[in-house]
Design a protein around this ligand. Sequence first.
Ligand code: TXA
Ligand code: MG
Length: 335
Amino acid sequence: MSGEASTEAGAAHRPTERLRADAAGVARAAALLGSGRLVGIPTETVYGLAADGRNAEAVAALYAAKGRPRFNPLIAHLGRPEDALRVGRFDAAAQALAAAFWPGPLTLVVPLAAPDAVCDLARAGLDTVALRVPSHPVASAILQACGFPVVAPSANRSGRLSPTAAGHVLADLDGRIDAVLDGGTTEIGLESTIVACLGAAPVLLRPGGVPRDALERVIGGPLAEPRAEPGAPISPGLLLSHYAPRAGVRLGATRICAGEAALLFGAAQPVGLGRATAMLNLSPAGDLAEAATNLFGHLRRLDESGAAAIAVVPIPEFGLGEAVNDRLRRAAADR
Ligand code: TXA
Ligand code: MG
């Protein structure tokens, strides 16, 4: 990806502080963020790489540390729903979704109402803003201590697997960020659902921690698809190949080939499983929420096993399965 090379030089080496999930760690994280530093923080979805959303220099350092192309805007995180409601313009659907799912794993893209709250660079120049109010108690405490919008993409190098533990953040970003706060393993395990509410019917930009059917019950009808009609919004980040392990990824596997590791779900037993160089099960019980929680961690471990490829058995598309399969398809996409 060309954006990675061009921003590489901007990320200076610095010692990365390890913070604990206690009052002192929360206060230190908030103080660092207030002075323009970069901090890895736990949320209920994945770890985020946090920076002051008002501070263009901090945001520039964040893009550089991740190697993220600057055309890909960031999500602004707020401590309370009422704080987020002031940053954007919420139509009836957006208000209903915010009331139903905040705090929680839902991001709403709405027209920007408070231009100084989230700098231009963080929005990649768009006149819309992505807003989220996390439910994780540590994230919530940090955001409330900050009192300003905190932008936080997933705390991984651009294009790589999202981090669900502090160790994953350090594996990608040690020496490139100021601190990481260790809040244990994240509960949901994949990113927030992103819905754009920009006038027409709400558009599902990214499946995630809130399943489609729960959203559709609240808006009382089907979500629209991105670019279903000319001018409909898209998420710039979703155009990229993403979540790429070093190993190749092969989906819908009913047999295991030589040199492959196996990623299983439920009781499925692909032909030739005995050949697998390594194997992990996302959820032996066939529970999609458990599969989501384990997804990125299991992919990392199979990747680290050195297998040439990871064969993934079929996973149902309903509920959280839509988001699990979305991430797997991106992991399997051509790079
Ligand atoms: O769960 C999550 O959402 C995590 C945690 C840390 O909160 N964050 C996260 O951020 O996944 P990131 O940067 O990895 O993904 C943000 C996505 C990108 O695909 C970006 O293109 C999209 O949100 N996005 C941000 N602002 C947007 C906007 N104004 N319009 C459309 N898409 C937008
Ligand atoms: Mg990401």
